[in-house]
Write a protein that binds this ligand. Structure first.
Ligand SMILES: Cc1ncc(COP(=O)(O)O)c(C=O)c1O
Length: 390
């Protein structure tokens, strides 16, 4: 297993490379795609084998019997996160954006508001607004460049319409691994304002050495009656195209409501995703993730060292995720100017910080889940694009 091997994805109908030209104006062979949050790596062999078995069999009918799938999830949550999950708590959705949308439908009404701590994963706001609900932004505060939770500061943003809080844990962007204390503050805030708490923990396996992710359900067991957990294999194992995720609900009343929405929407499992996810949550999958995180740790160190040498740029020290969050405010440039340099001169496709909500305006997000040579190339392109600041 080597993460150094480049794999050309152009022409494979992947959004990250095949939409470069229409969206960023440069071709896959001249630019670097460092935007969409998927990785340039093949998943573990055990996942490939599960698909091969399906291909060899060759009949692709409806999925049934989720016993092995549920057992795999329970094993993973127990062994990797110390969290005991019951099989009947688990719902399977078509990914976690879908899971988020189903939660919005289940627990809020049109006209209600949903709290987001910004800057945060952009699809949350998109699905909330598309469902006729509004977003209440509670900005994260920065201390030494790291995002911090300050629930006392958030009171002033509330309008009285809030019914739900969506937490991203670990956080995207910025890669914070929230402490137990921060998670309890958020739980208390939700109790105080009577909010359903949806905890999106899709990045929970992508945590760097020395950091420990705490499952919200364990940090604040007293709020089980208002807590909806979301997890997935897709970020961890780079199988996002399988569009599969889990919504895990311990509380029977919340579960009943969610089951009603799933039924009303006619959602049933994608067979490919079920097979791949079952295979991934295994000892082979676990060994692969451990190797992946060692590799990504090397990438983030190299990237941060390179960025630190460019005056005015600051890379947020990641505690989790492969999504570097770079602050350009020290250049004194307006977003149009630093984006023009990164996209037109360096030809690197990134996610614009403004898409993540208030507080993201001076940032760009770079995806570092690629062969190390691409990280080296990105840093040297950025050095050239900002050479006049040296
Ligand atoms: C916090 C978060 N939730 C959900 C997703 C996407 O989930 P899915 O592909 O399962 O819809 C992402 C993708 O980057 C993410 O960062």
């Amino acid at each position: 297993m080597t993460f150094d091997t480049p794999i050309s994805r152009a022409g494979s109908h992947c959004v990250k490379w095949d939409m470069l030209e229409p969206l960023y104006g440069f071709k896959a062979d001249e630019g670097l795609a460092m935007w969409v949050a998927d990785m340039e790596f093949k998943p573990p062999q055990v996942v490939q084998d599960s698909l091969q078995k399906m291909l060899d069999h060759g009949v692709y009918g409806y999925f049934g019997d989720d016993t092995a799938y549920l057992a795999a999830i329970r094993w993973w949550m127990q062994t990797r996160h110390g969290w005991e999950v019951q099989p009947d708590w688990i719902f399977t959705t078509h990914g976690l954006v879908n899971g988020t949308a189903l939660c919005v439908q289940s627990y809020t009404q049109p006209g209600d508001a949903v709290v987001l701590m910004t800057p945060v994963y952009h699809a949350f706001a998109r699905v909330i607004k598309a469902a006729g609900r509004s977003v209440t932004e509670c900005p994260l505060t920065l201390k030494d460049g790291l995002a911090q939770v300050d629930t006392a500061d958030w009171e002033k943003y509330l309008t009285g319409k809030e019914r739900m809080f969506i937490l991203c844990s670990p956080h995207n962007p910025g890669g914070r691994v929230w402490t137990g204390e921060e998670l309890r503050q958020i739980a208390d805030f939700c109790v105080k304002h009577d909010l359903i708490l949806v905890s999106d923990e899709i990045h929970h396996d992508l945590v760097y050495p020395g950091q420990k992710h705490t499952v919200m359900a364990l940090a604040a067991p007293q709020i089980a009656d208002r807590l909806v957990m979301m997890t997935a294999t897709t970020k961890t194992f780079n199988i996002a195209g399988a569009h599969i995720g889990n919504v895990i609900i311990a509380d029977p009343a919340l579960r009943k409501t969610f089951a009603g929405t799933i039924n009303a929407m006619g959602i049933s499992p994608n067979s490919f995703g079920m097979h791949m996810a079952t295979a991934a949550y295994s000892p082979e999958g676990a060994a692969w993730v451990d190797a992946l995180m060692r590799y990504l740790d090397g990438n983030r160190k190299l990237f941060d060292e390179g960025i630190a040498k460019i005056p005015g740029l600051r890379s947020t020290p990641l505690e989790a995720t492969y999504l570097a969050w770079v602050d350009f405010s020290g250049t004194g440039m307006a977003p149009e100017e630093f984006i023009e340099r990164v996209e037109k001169q360096a030809k690197i496709a990134t996610n614009h910080g403004s898409a993540f909500g208030t507080g993201g305006e001076s940032f760009l997000r770079f995806n570092l889940a690629c062969p190390r040579a691409q990280v080296v190339e990105a840093v040297s392109r950025l050095e050239r694009a900002f050479a006049d600041l040296q």
